[in-house]
Design a protein around this ligand. Structure first.
Ligand SMILES: C[S@@+](CC[C@H](N)C(=O)[O-])C[C@H]1O[C@@H](n2cnc3c(N)ncnc32)[C@H](O)[C@@H]1O
Length: 217
């Protein structure tokens, strides 16, 4: 698929992330992350920084009302195109999540978002603000294990080959630029559960907000 800007120039980021989201290793780890949450039964799931829409489509498959939000209109165009062609009910809108109303969803997810924000702590607080009481924040981010050497070892140990070059690129881009997970402890959450993915190179943090009845005085 080619996504072009108004002046016809090829837009690299949506192409790159569409390609990456089609890699087996990338698809599998995000599916595992989404499946760490219970089935949705129509609950609202907001995927922030949704890119071409993989997490929102997986959430919709799991029974959530899934809405992906991204500041980049080309990403949103790519996500809408893929959702239409894969008959996914996931919806996508262009927008900046810091401007969304508070307590918008029962689940808020952010995959590879925090690392690209100018102020990660402020970004995390804005994600938390979007969650209703009792809701769940799902973060997917590379861990300190994400280095070129560890990625090479994981590939040699037999990951699916389709677009595996994406893992080498990801490791090169992210080693030394990892989101510090200790910042999740500043949220005052009810619980934080960590699950390693992709041989520990990536992790998902499932962070639960207190319900109104449980909120500490
Ligand atoms: C590294 S990409 C990750 C895409 C996708 N979540 C994934 O894991 O493949 C980060 C995305 O966040 C988007 N983004 C950055 N700042 C944002 C903001 N303030 N509100 C919404 N989206 C934002 C970018 O446009 C980009 O598409």
């Amino acid at each position: 698929m080619v996504v072009a800007s108004e002046n016809g120039a090829i837009v690299i980021a949506p192409l790159l992330f569409t390609w990456l989201q089609g890699a087996d290793f990338y698809f599998d780890l995000h599916k595992e992350a989404v499946e760490s949450l219970p089935a949705g039964n129509g609950k609202q799931w907001l995927d922030i920084g949704s890119g071409p829409g993989l997490v929102a489509r997986l959430a919709a498959e799991r029974g959530y009302r899934a809405l992906g939000i991204d500041t980049d209109p080309q990403m949103v165009t790519a996500a809408q195109w893929i959702a239409r062609h894969s008959h996914s009910p996931a919806d996508f809108q262009t927008g900046d999540f810091t401007r969304l109303p508070a307590e918008s969803a029962q689940v808020v997810s952010a995959a590879s978002l925090l690392a690209v924000l100018p102020d990660r702590e402020a970004g995390l607080r804005s994600l938390w603000r979007l969650l209703r009481p009792g809701g769940t924040l799902l973060i997917v981010e590379p861990t300190h294990q994400m280095t070129s050497a560890n990625a090479r070892r994981a590939i040699q140990n037999g990951l699916p080959k389709k677009r595996i070059a994406g893992l080498r690129m990801w490791a090169n881009a992210r080693q030394g630029n990892i989101v510090d997970p200790s910042m999740y402890e500043t949220l005052g959450a009810k619980s934080i559960y960590f699950q390693p993915l992709l041989h520990g190179l990536v992790g998902t943090w499932v962070i639960q907000k207190f319900s109104l009845a449980e909120a500490p005085a």
